[in-house]
Design a protein around this ligand. Sequence first.
Ligand code: GTP
Ligand code: MG
Length: 273
Amino acid sequence: MDANPPKRKETRKSLRIKVISMGNAEVGKSCIIKRYCEKRFVPKYLATIGIDYGVTKVQVRDREIKVNIFDMAGHPFFYEVRNEFYKDTQGVILVYDVGQKESFDALDAWLAEMKQELGPHGNMENIVFVVCANKIDCTKHRSVDESEGRLWAESRGFLYFETSAQTGEGINEMFQTFYSAIIDLCDNGGKRPPSSTGVGFTKEQADAIRRIRNSKDSWDMLGVKPGATRDEVNKAYRKLAVLLHPDKCVAPGSEDAFKAVVNARTALLKNIK
Ligand code: GTP
Ligand code: MG
């Protein structure tokens, strides 16, 4: 008798997953899906009415997965139609248009809508989110830069990709990484594996960068009251410098934020006796 019978090749059952698309009207959700599934782009805007549904089989690493895609309409008018499709979702494609700041600012509202529909027992922690900064081919009109988008996404533990449904840039990579992360989630019993949640920077760092970007003047940037003393300015500066020093902070946009803080301090100290 053979003491070492050949190992049976591991056969893993094929996966069936549900993904949804979310984001304002006209940001390119349907075009991103069409580019990946049908390898084509339609320049004419055909608004999704309520919801579009499709099934597709994809090969990711050594696995075949069956994907049920629910492509939502972004227009507020369709809220009643789309709200019942949020549940039992493993992955969300969250899209904004890099030339339309409102569509980026609306991402929080999209998360809030999903959270509300999932109810108090719904768990958003164990869903894979990928943020698509779309229409990067329109470089002239860009109003949300990469570090701002990346910071928003990565500080929440979401994936982030720059995409163009028109040229196809970033689309395949985005879907492959997205599906891979969903497979890891399913293989981990439906829980997000710990390795995918560590982003290498803290919420405090991300919040500080966001606040610095949106500050209206140098006082505001350092988080001190107009008319603050030299000591107060220096104290606030030191705190931010430690938090955001490029040697210590890997959050997207930290270098620019650090420079802005240095400049703000210099400008303020010039005018304080
Ligand atoms: P709703 O279904 O209304 O929620 O919109 P949507 O997000 O599905 O947008 P859709 O995919 O229909 O695209 C809206 C418009 O943007 C269309 O005219 C597309 O041709 C255009 N568009 C989509 N993606 C891109 C892109 O990457 N680059 C450029 N230049 N145009 C794009
Ligand atoms: Mg659509």
